[in-house]
Design a protein around this ligand. Sequence first.
Ligand SMILES: Cc1cc2nc3c(=O)[nH]c(=O)nc-3n(C[C@H](O)[C@H](O)[C@H](O)COP(=O)(O)O)c2cc1C
Length: 203
Amino acid sequence: MIHILVLYYSRNGSTAQMARHVARGIEQEPSCQAVVRTVPAVSPVSDAVAPPVPEQGAPYATLDDLCACDGLALGSPTRFGNMAAPLKYFLDTTGPLWIQKTLNGKPAGVFTSTSAPSGGQESTLLTMMIPLLHHGMVLSGSALSFPSDSHIQNAVSGTLYGPSHWSQHESSAHLSADCQKICHEFGHRLARIALQLRGLDLS
Ligand SMILES: Cc1cc2nc3c(=O)[nH]c(=O)nc-3n(C[C@H](O)[C@H](O)[C@H](O)COP(=O)(O)O)c2cc1C
């Protein structure tokens, strides 16, 4: 069985919904299982602590989840054209895995949610890729297919860099049918890549 970690942060639910559709796409591949995890919020107040288990939604990720996975789908809302601090904070704890080359050669892809149609989708996705490149991960975007799937290149539902959702309002978590499809296909593609890379030494 191949395990793909779907690791995301979401404050208003859009990225969480994308994660669920990515997970469904992963599990469309019979021998692949999605492991969905989130990260706690961070606070400028240094003594704020998160509850050990989230009140709802996916469990918090640990470094063991990253060690155990065969691939990674990383999702974040856009924050000023970049990933959200809670996700970056978690990634900043992965130094020991970098030293051990734990993620080296594993496939990965990224997805995001923004409130504006040109709100920095691609800059967010690109900057999310950078720590993964430092870990030696093999990056995958969305598949290039046209003319029927030209919505893939539509900034309000997806780019070739990875799925992106246009939430329009902070509180709107509804995903369009296009966006659901893009997340699904992205997850399925990542699962198939993980299957094909299994057993290959890419160091
Ligand atoms: C501090 C902050 C910065 C943000 N920066 C951007 C931005 O640069 N571009 C954009 O389109 N949306 C921006 N947003 C909006 C969120 O990215 C957007 O509402 C997203 O869909 C929320 O995802 P979630 O429902 O998973 O929390 C920002 C939100 C906050 C709180």
